[in-house]
Ligand binder design. Structure first.
Ligand code: ADP
Length: 258
């Protein structure tokens, strides 16, 4: 933005300068683009199950299908897609809550050892459904941290849930936590399918999925890790991933303590 030329008062013919204001809009543009991409993605993600639901409902209503088995199969698909829609909406709401400044301001004392053990107990039966053994090694009396307690739980659930989802029946999942210097280190490790190197840099993006077809089968939304990343950042922490295709994956969360 340029001002009009600034003239010398005594001699208006003499221009003594011009004011130039240069604003860096690249960051603003980038954020705008992220937001509009997100809206476009959300619309697309919501439309897919809705199209499928309304298609099958129409077919059933038309009375064209006599066969009971086929009817049942269509109803099952409607059921699965409705569930998917619910999960998507839940995840989208969680993400937008995490971006909400007020919710970020919640500063509760979180008893890390207790919460970690509790998550182990909650997730163990879910792992057992797939004959996966969930093994925990959580140091007692880890330091208390401050932050949003619900989010801390959500972060752990998302990581352990992924470890279970992407591990074959009969595999193992490890949830470990210990203190190192002034950090709490939480690791979630599995003996699952692993993640190809090329996908790792994009893993925490919203709606990013390594293999869309496969994730649809296991019921993913592609938002779980975006939620995890935001929660880790709200705790001033860092997250890292190590993975070997066919061997397993390890997520490492480092949270500083005061
Ligand atoms: P989703 O809802 O699809 O699981 P996430 O954001 O939680 O979405 O994860 C993004 C993608 O990262 C997943 O689709 C999956 O391909 C991959 N992924 C996440 N965790 C693991 C894991 N423990 N093992 C293998 N792949 C994983």
């Amino acid at each position: 933005i340029y001002s009009n030329p600034i003239k010398l008062e005594e001699d208006p013919n003499k221009i003594i300068g011009i004011v130039a204001l240069i604003e860096d809009v690249t960051e603003i543009r980038r954020l705008e683009k992220m937001r509009s991409d997100f809206v476009a993605n959300v619309s697309h993600e919501l439309k897919t199950p809705l199209t499928s639901i309304s298609g099958f409902v129409e077919t059933l209503k038309s009375g064209a299908i006599d066969d009971e088995d086929t009817k049942q199969r269509f109803l099952d698909i409607i059921d699965i897609e409705t569930e998917r829609l619910t999960r998507l909406i839940d995840d989208i709401l969680t993400l937008s809550e995490i971006e909400n400044i007020q919710a970020r301001m919640v500063r509760q004392a979180i008893s890390t050892s207790d919460v970690l053990s509790e998550i182990g107990e909650i997730m163990r039966p879910i792992a057992a459904n797939k004959e996966i053994e969930l093994l925990t090694q959580i140091e007692a009396n880890l330091p208390i941290i401050t932050g949003n307690g619900d989010w801390f739980k959500q972060m752990l659930i998302n990581l352990v849930d992924n470890a279970i989802k992407y591990t074959q029946n009969g595999g193992k999942v490890y949830l470990n936590a210990y203190q190192k210097y002034s950090n709490i280190i939480i690791t979630v490790k599995d003996t699952g399918i692993g993640i190809p190197k090329k996908d790792i840099p994009r893993l925490f993006e919203r709606f990013y999925r390594v293999d869309k077809a496969r994730t649809r089968k296991v019921g993913g939304t592609g938002l779980g890790l975006a939620i995890v990343k935001h929660i880790v950042l709200s705790l001033n922490g860092r997250i890292k991933v190590n993975s070997d295709v066919g061997k397993g994956t390890e997520f490492i969360v480092v949270i500083p303590v005061k």
